[in-house]
Design a binder for this molecule. Sequence first.
Ligand code: LLP
Length: 419
Amino acid sequence: MDHFTLRDGRMFCEDVPLERIAEEVGTPVYVYSQATLERHAQVFRDGLKDIPSVHIAFAIKANPNLGVLRVLADQGYGADVVSGGEMARALAAGVPADGILFSGVGKTPAELKAGLEAGIGQFNLEHEPEGMALAEIAAAMGKRAPAVLRVNPDVDAHTHAKISTGRAENKFGIPIHEARAMFARLAAQPGLDLRGVAIHIGSQLGDLAPLEAAYTRIGELVRELRADGHKITHVDLGGGLGVPYRADDVMPSPAEFGAMAARVTRDWDVELMFEPGRVIAGNAGVLLTKVIWVKPGVQNPYVIVDAAMNDLARPVLYDAYHDFAAVRPTGETMMANIAGPVCETGDTFAMNREIDAVEPGDLGIFRTAGAYGATMASTYNSRPLVPEVLVSGDRYAVVADRIAAGTIMAAERVPEWLK
Ligand code: LLP
């Protein structure tokens, strides 16, 4: 459920008409609903109510906007970060340091050190040399780094190849058959408090079976590690729960997901950690855009909107579907293609789709754009960086400015020898 609804024939975000935002902030612009973020945070937490000890860390790669992070921090969410930049954001937004988990396959020694200095809650180690480096840096600082070892359970998550992470051939984690020996070597390092294991098998998962298979494997590993004499107190089960992008998509609910997790982990006796991203933010945001032209096409007309692949990259990257709706629907529909102004054929949001009828000057939204939307935006074609707005009730705030092409150009220069 979200808070983007039609009232008296026009689309609102909570109690703010999208037309007002378009007029005052301009388009394209991302619009987030605080009430939806809060509701999703609560529904996900409620789904895990049968698990005795839980830490939820929002995967901030999905939406690292400071305003969004503050909403989730106020909900008691920690943060799963994958770079020094994300860590700085989480801290700036008020996420307590001990609620921050540091994931990612390419953490640099400088980032590891920054994490230790900030006192973050946990490092999710991706392989042995990283663990050894962390141990050394921590020991030199007189610290013990809280850490878990990320294991690759080799399961097929049945999702898009580019967002699958738990197959043996993917770059993430260590092969599960190497886990015991590696765990023993790392646990022996005085600079490490190696306290458990982590997994994350992929994103936009519409089927609980692969998750259950992965959790079950990790449960066996926990038993083996305990039998080896290790103290296992934490298991990080990652994120990945999918969201409906189409009206008829059926996804497992947070309650079904939580019931499965509670059942599989019943006798683990650990603090369980989760790193949801998309399920919290995806349907809490839309990309608001204006139709510039309607151009004849071979089969159907091209509706050319002012948002493009640089603003919302998911369609070109993953062939992703984002529902389109008019902000002031007439009740009529049209068969159309929807494309942006960028000079690439891939800059196409929809082909041969039946959509609300629109004309030049009309406003529309791409739904389910709150996760992996603004954060993946670029300035390709020297377009401005897309702004973001957060709505709460009848208020809204611009939580990220539109960064003009000229501002970006101001950071460039022609070298002296060419002048
Ligand atoms: N934890 C780890 C270690 C991850 O790598 C990810 C996502 C998450 C948690 C959060 O997964 P979620 O709950 O959001 O599914 N840009 C792509 C998605 C990339 C996901 C990468 N990792 C997209 O737009 O679909």
